[in-house]
Design a binder for this molecule. Structure first.
Ligand SMILES: Cc1cc2nc3c(=O)[nH]c(=O)nc-3n(C[C@H](O)[C@H](O)[C@H](O)COP(=O)(O)OP(=O)(O)OC[C@H]3O[C@@H](n4cnc5c(N)ncnc54)[C@H](O)[C@@H]3O)c2cc1C
Length: 429
């Protein structure tokens, strides 16, 4: 097949790709396939979505959002991109608690891998899931409600439970966000008080190349709810109401942000300084632009926030080895959750992310060093990014690993939704 992932570092090996136009069509495809998996918006950097049989995409099925203001939930088609859902919600006065760096990613695909934004108190995007509708083996349509004990094992399920057709997400009243950039924060000051930085706003991202003695920049996204009535969507009114941002460990905000990876990022990144709606500020990249150039590979590892300082020191000691392959690192925080296969399961986490240049061989050479440095901290790799872990290494890191394996084996006894990646990562089910 000539289908590749977003980054262009994995070519799909499936026999065929079916773009379902309805839930009924998705059910028929699953019912007639010995091996089948869901493909979302293709943003995973590895072979996780692939299958030896048929790929089915539900991104072409109407989003058809249904808002329940009393329950504070929205139910939406699984293939819907976050950016589309967010605009729909904001127009009605509602918001999601957080977004990833990119709003172009599908809801079902993102939540299936524990995709996250940042914020000490913000759980991953998967933690907003309050219910799922999915096509199971044989084409059966099944719903998993909020009170179903299986939900915690079914959200971050790596596509191994079936094709998610509808997702119910928690919503809250809409809010405005202002983002400020701080440049050249001394590494030593950061290591002396990591929580002062990661807790400086609702969502904080620290960007570094590890090499210099100063951190390149920190983006702090603060909620400014008071602006909403005055028209956060009206830049003039919002500007007039904005207050100067406070210092960050003695560093003044720098005005505009530096481009993240390439100069063209400047037009792709979301607006700084001027407050605006949550969905136009929480992601780093604008929904109406193509982020970066796709010429990259990403890896990311989650450690307990209590281990932040030694873990950061361990990676920093590799700065010289990392530098030739690295475009940029981003450090974010994610609140602990109780989802069985979530990278933040049971621990408030620091997520250490690497955007590598798209040189698979060079990335493969540097990953063993990074993973060895983070091994003492029980680092968990992002399911959707490039890493070297297998089931033997993953099992001790997840207290509910065996429960997840039992659930996936019971719900899909014939392995219709399993593939080489799930066998490698979860073992033979
Ligand atoms: C530029 C870029 C920026 C990113 N930023 C972030 C970020 O800020 N935070 C973060 O945590 N991650 C980030 N990621 C990683 C990304 O969020 C995950 O890889 C996510 O899983 C991709 O979702 P997708 O819809 O593209 O799924 P795909 O890549 O198509 O598939 C990923 C997995 O989801 C499953 N899946 C997809 N659709 C369904 C469905 N309908 N039902 C069941 N399973 C399904 C697939 O089977 C597969 O296992 C980024 C990736 C890129 C390329």
């Amino acid at each position: 097949m000539d289908v590749i992932n977003w980054a262009g570092n994995h070519t799909i090996t499936a026999d065929r790709l079916v773009e379902a136009r309805s839930v009924e069509e998705a059910r028929a495809v699953v019912a007639s396939s010995r091996h089948v998996r869901a493909l979302g918006t293709r943003h995973a950097f590895n072979d996780l979505p692939d299958t030896a049989g048929t790929l089915v995409s539900v991104t072409g099925i109407a989003a058809d959002p249904v808002l329940d203001e009393d329950a504070r939930t929205v139910t939406v088609g699984g293939g819907t991109r976050y950016g589309d859902l967010a605009a729909w919600l904001d127009a009605r006065g509602w918001a999601l608690h957080n977004l990833g760096s990119l709003p172009h990613i599908s809801v079902a695909g993102a939540t299936a891998t524990g995709t996250h934004g940042s914020g000490d108190a913000n759980g991953s995007l998967s933690t907003a899931v309050r219910g799922l509708e999915l096509v199971g083996p044989g084409g059966d349509l099944r719903t998993i409600a909020a009170d179903d004990p299986e939900l915690a094992g079914s959200v971050v399920a790596l596509g191994a439970l079936g094709v998610v057709t509808r997702v119910t997400l928690a919503v809250e009243p809409t809010f405005a966000v202002r983002q400020d950039s701080y440049r050249d924060l001394p590494w030593d000051a950061f290591l002396e008080d990591v929580p002062a930085v990661t807790g400086a706003g609702y969502s904080v991202s620290v960007f570094t190349d590890w090499a210099a003695d100063r951190i390149e920049q920190v983006w702090v996204k603060r909620r400014v709810t008071a602006l909403l009535d005055r028209g956060a969507r009206d830049p003039g009114a919002a500007d007039a109401a904005s207050e100067d941002a406070p210092d960050l460990l003695g560093v003044r905000p720098s005005g505009v942000a530096r481009p993240l990876i390439v100069p063209s990022d400047e037009v792709n990144t979301t607006v700084h300084l001027t407050p605006g709606p949550w969905n136009a500020r929480l992601p780093h990249f604008r929904f109406d632009a193509t982020p970066s150039v796709g010429d990259e590979i990403q890896s990311e590892y989650f450690v307990d926030r209590a281990d932040a300082v030694p873990a950061l020191r361990a990676v920093r000691a590799l700065a010289d080895r990392i530098a030739p392959v690295l475009a940029i690192t981003e450090l974010r925080t994610v609140a602990a959750d109780d989802l069985w296969l979530s990278m933040a399961a049971g621990r408030d986490s620091l997520a250490i992310h690497f955007t590598w240049h798209r040189d698979a061989a060079a990335v493969a050479a540097v990953l063993p060093l990074v993973e060895a440095a983070l091994e003492p901290f029980g680092a968990r790799p992002h399911w959707g990014k490039v890493h070297l872990f297998d089931a033997a290494r993953l099992a001790p890191l997840y207290p509910r690993f065996d429960d997840a394996r039992e659930l996936l084996a019971r719900r899909d006894p014939d392995g219709v939704f399993r593939n080489a990646a799930t066998e490698r990562l979860l073992g033979q089910l």
